[in-house]
Design a protein around this ligand. Structure first.
Ligand SMILES: *Cc1c(COP(=O)(O)O)cnc(C)c1O
Length: 367
C-alpha cells in the first residue's frame, strides 16, 4: 500500500458506495431525483460507480454542464450565477433543463432554451450556513430571486425553481422548518410548477441522519405541491470517501512539535483555509501530538493537529481525512508544489492510479 509515491488523493470505492446506498434509499422512499453537484466533486473516472445511484448532474458553468453531459449522462441541469451571450447556445445544447439565477437573465435568455424546461433560482432569504461567505441569504445576496410577486409575473413561462439554502445541515428539524417557510411564502408559486430542486447542503449521508423521515418530508412536499423534487448533493454524495495521503518531509519544534508534509492546504485542500477548519488527521489517542504543516511558504499553511502513537519520522505517511469534496475541483499550482495524483482503492483493497500530474501540467497551466 505504501509503494505509491505521495502526495495522492485516495478515493475509497467502498466508502463511496456506502454513500450511494443512501442515495438509493432516498430516491426510493421519497421519489426525489438526485443530481451530483459537480462543483463539489468532478472526478469523472468514478462516474461509472456513481451513475447507477444518481440521476445526473447539476452544474454552475458551461464547462461543468459539458462535463456532466459528456462524462456522466442522465439528466443535466445547467445553472449559473450569470450566463454570457457567447456561451448560452452551448449551455442549452448540453443540458436537459436550464436554471437562471435572476429574472433579468431569464428574460435575456429564456427564448434560447429551444423548448427545454426553464427554471429560476429562488432565494427565500433564510438559510442554514455556518459561515457568511457561504450563506446564500447573506445581506445583499445576488443568489436568486426573492419577491413572490415578481416570480408570479413570469410563472406561466417557468417550469420549475431551484432553492439552495442549506449548507452542511445535519439537522432534519431545521431543514423541515426552512422548507415550511418556503411553502408559506411561495405557496402560490409552488402550485404552478412541475419541479422543485431543493439544492444541496443537506447532510443526509451522515451517520445517524434520519433518512426515512427526511424522505417522507420530501415525498409529502412533492405530493402537496404536485411537483417532481430534485436534490443536488455535493458533499453528501462524497463525504468521507477520500483521503489525502502525504509523507513527512521535515520535523521541527517551535512551542509545538511540527511536521512538514509534501502537500499544502492552499493548493490541495483549500477549504480548510477558507472556512478556517482543521483537517481530520491522526487519532484521538496517542502520546505524540504534532501540528501538520503544508510545504508552501504561506505561514498559515497548516492542516491541523493530530495525535500519533509514536514520534513521527521523516518519510512517515499520514492520511488526511475527508478529502473528496471541494478538494480536487479546487487544486492549484501555488508554489509549484507537485499536484497529488488521484488513486482509486477498489473494493478488494487494490489500488489503481487514475491520474498523475507532472511538470508539464504545471507549465501548461501558464504561459
Ligand atoms: C454548492 C451547491 C450545491 C452542492 O452543495 P453541497 O453543500 O456540496 O451539497 C448544490 N446546488 C447548488 C445550487 C449549489 O450552489
Amino acid at each position: 500500500m505504501h509503494t505509491l509515491p505521495t502526495p495522492y488523493y485516495l478515493i475509497d470505492k467502498s466508502a463511496l458506495l456506502r454513500n450511494m446506498a443512501v442515495m438509493d434509499t432516498v430516491r426510493e422512499l421519497s421519489g426525489a431525483k438526485i443530481l451530483l453537484a459537480l462543483k463539489c466533486f468532478a472526478t469523472w473516472s468514478v462516474f461509472d460507480l456513481i451513475r447507477p445511484h444518481m440521476d445526473g448532474t447539476t452544474s454552475s458553468s458551461l464547462y461543468e454542464a459539458k462535463l456532466g453531459s459528456q462524462k456522466f449522462g442522465g439528466e443535466t441541469h445547467a445553472y449559473s450565477v450569470a450566463f454570457a451571450d457567447h456561451e448560452i447556445e452551448e449551455v442549452v445544447a448540453h443540458c436537459d433543463k436550464i436554471i437562471f439565477n435572476s429574472i433579468a437573465q431569464f428574460e435575456r435568455y429564456a427564448s434560447h432554451a429551444q423548448g427545454k424546461p426553464v427554471g429560476l433560482r429562488l432565494n427565500p432569504g433564510v438559510s442554514v450556513a455556518g459561515f457568511d461567505l457561504a450563506d446564500p441569504a447573506r445581506p445583499f445576496s445576488r443568489l436568486g430571486e426573492r419577491d413572490p410577486d415578481r416570480i408570479l409575473a413570469i410563472i406561466d413561462r417557468l417550469d420549475g425553481v431551484m432553492i439552495h439554502n442549506n449548507c452542511e445541515n445535519d439537522d432534519l428539524e431545521r431543514f423541515d422548518e426552512l422548507l415550511t417557510q418556503v411553502e408559506q411564502r411561495y405557496g402560490q408559486v409552488l402550485q404552478r410548477l412541475k419541479w422543485v430542486s431543493l439544492g444541496g447542503g443537506i447532510s443526509f449521508t451522515a451517520p445517524g441522519y434520519p433518512v426515512a423521515q427526511f424522505s417522507k418530508r420530501l415525498r409529502d412536499f412533492a405530493r402537496k405541491h404536485d411537483v417532481q423534487v430534485y436534490l443536488e448533493p455535493g458533499e453528501a454524495a462524497v463525504r468521507h470517501s477520500a483521503t489525502l495521503e502525504v509523507s513527512v518531509l521535515d520535523l521541527g519544534h517551535n512551542g509545538k512539535h511540527l511536521a512538514v508534509v509534501d502537500a499544502s492546504t492552499e493548493a490541495h485542500m483549500l477549504d480548510l483555509l477558507i472556512y478556517r477548519e482543521t483537517a481530520a488527521l491522526g487519532s484521538d489517542e496517542g502520546d505524540h501530538q504534532y501540528m501538520i504543516c503544508g510545504k508552501t511558504c504561506l505561514a498559515g499553511d497548516i492542516f491541523g493537529e493530530g495525535r500519533f502513537a509514536s514520534p513521527l519520522q521523516v518519510g512517515d505517511r499520514i492520511s488526511i481525512g475527508d478529502a473528496a469534496g471541494y478538494t480536487m475541483v479546487k487544486k492549484n499550482w501555488f508554489n509549484g508544489v507537485n499536484m497529488p495524483s488521484i488513486v482509486l482503492k477498489e473494493s478488494d483493497g487494490s489500488m489503481r492510479v487514475i491520474r498523475e500530474f507532472s511538470f508539464s501540467d504545471y507549465v501548461d497551466s501558464l504561459s
